[in-house]
Design a protein around this ligand. Structure first.
Ligand code: BGC
Length: 450
């Protein structure tokens, strides 16, 4: 850690998670997962553990053209993926913005927008006249009633479109496409980004058992023994003995079990969010909130005169103005150098007032917030690894925080090792574009098995 002032470090002690606390979180999460999987306890558990119905893994024999939609990260994407001989594939994709008024407007507006983007893409890539199979990555908590039916249980990550909660999102998509009346698709699967991430890694790594996202939001899925899933109400004969469970751990703590580690900054973030009281674990970890957490801490230090000689700027006082990418940039500076840090402070109108100690302090705040996020995520992964009890597991990971933060991977490797049963071997592997490619693979497997 940087040569920061002692006073600042003392003031921020509550952002440090001890190993004992991490172990406690791991155990509490396990308890919530068990309650999530249990028939009678599911309703009151904060970790819902939804069944995914994605069961068969790709066997590299899948062929053909598949469309995929990816909604739920920073961007909305449409993809066209061609699977060919010998696990080769070709992928075209296009990013479309989802304007803020659509993110919080009526649900029909959102699905019409998705259908318009899809049609635009199909024209551009010359498949407008074809009826292609499609995988829909919809990265929000959903109760699945089969591979192509998913009822949204609650919006997260800044979305709040009326008329979608409790409804089947595949049906809403098909209705929007029918309203246009021109393009045709065959929805083969709806899945969460964690599942897509797990599947696209499992394609290559056969010991992959966990899919993790640390991006705009945070969540993990893992492979559970069917006998532990009381929620399962399908047949028990002739089905695989394992299922992929979408934990939806972002909501961990929504029933107060994390109150002893939440800080005043976490409470402010939550109070000022569009979904107060929800996704409390996610709000301590993911990219949607990380920059804002840092900003709140800095504002507090300024108010107490502990940084920048108590001087402020309009920009640092503005909600959302400290972007999460700044955390990665500042922590990418070499120890003792503050090139990126100064640039960020200049962008925030604080360049002129920052001394070297101030810059070290800013870096310390970033480190404390990102470390805590990495340690909380590690407690979650350690919980899943111990639960599964397999001796050698690959964890597939995706998301902007994991990808772009310079130390997140190492922080997690170290912390997980400290928290798990020492006889378990594990690895964290970046899963390239799970939510796009994974959706196409799940659709391809569904077509293969049809
Ligand atoms: C959603 C999850 C998703 C995660 C990562 C959370 O807000 O509830 O379904 O997997 O974000 O995108």
């Amino acid at each position: 850690m940087s040569a920061t002032s002692l006073k600042v470090r003392e003031r921020l002690q509550d952002l440090v998670l001890s190993t004992e606390q991490a172990l406690e979180i791991k155990n509490k999460l396990n308890h919530e997962i068990e309650r999530g999987l249990g028939k009678d306890t599911h309703a009151t558990s904060s970790v819902k553990c939804f069944i995914t119905y994605v069961q068969d893994l790709p066997n590299s024999k899948e062929r053909g053209k598949f469309l995929a939609l990816d909604l739920g990260g920073t961007n909305f994407r449409v993809l066209l993926i061609t699977l060919a001989e010998g696990a080769h594939f070709h992928m075209d994709s296009k990013i479309y913005a989802v304007p803020k008024d659509i993110m919080t407007g009526p649900g029909t507006g959102l699905f019409d927008h998705i259908a318009d983007c899809l049609a635009d893409f199909m024209k551009e890539y010359d498949v407008y006249k074809e009826k292609l199979p499609l995988g829909f990555t919809f990265s929000f908590p959903c109760v699945q009633e089969g591979l192509t039916k998913a009822r949204l249980s609650t919006w997260t990550k800044g979305f709040n479109c009326e008329g979608v909660e409790n409804n089947d999102v595949v049906k809403l998509l098909k209705e929007a496409i029918a309203r246009r009346g021109d393009v045709q698709i065959d929805v083969m699967a709806v899945l969460n980004d964690t599942t897509g991430t797990l599947m696209s890694c499992a394609y290559k790594k056969h010991n992959c058992r966990v899919g993790l996202i640390v991006g705009t939001g945070s969540n993990a899925c893992y492979v559970e023994k069917l006998e532990n899933v009381q929620l399962w109400d399908g047949p028990t004969e002739g089905v695989p003995d394992q299922v992929i469970i979408n934990t939806e751990w972002g909501a961990f703590g929504d029933n107060d079990v994390l109150e002893n580690i939440r800080t005043e900054y976490d409470r402010t973030i939550d109070r000022e969010s569009i979904n107060p009281g929800k996704q409390l674990f996610e709000k301590m970890i993911s990219g949607m909130y990380m920059g804002e957490l840092v900003r709140l801490v800095l504002v507090k230090l300024i108010r107490e005169g502990l940084i920048f000689g108590g001087k402020s700027s309009d920009m640092i006082q503005e909600k959302g103005r400290f972007y999460t990418k700044y955390v990665s940039e500042i922590e990418s500076d070499k120890q003792g150098e503050y090139h990126s840090c100064l640039q960020v402070l200049e962008e925030l109108g604080l360049g002129g007032v920052a001394t070297e100690t101030d810059m070290a302090d800013v870096r310390t705040v970033c480190e404390l917030v990102s470390r805590r996020a990495a340690h909380l995520t590690s407690a979650g992964v350690a919980c899943l690894l111990d639960r599964m009890g397999e001796k050698d597991v690959t964890v597939a990971v995706d998301g902007s925080v994991y990808r772009f933060h310079p130390h997140f991977h190492h922080l997690m490797m170290d912390k997980i090792s400290e928290l798990i049963d020492p006889s378990i071997k594990f690895d964290l592997m970046l899963s390239e574009d799970g939510s796009g490619r994974g959706a196409a693979l799940v659709a391809a497997v569904a077509c293969r098995d049809r």
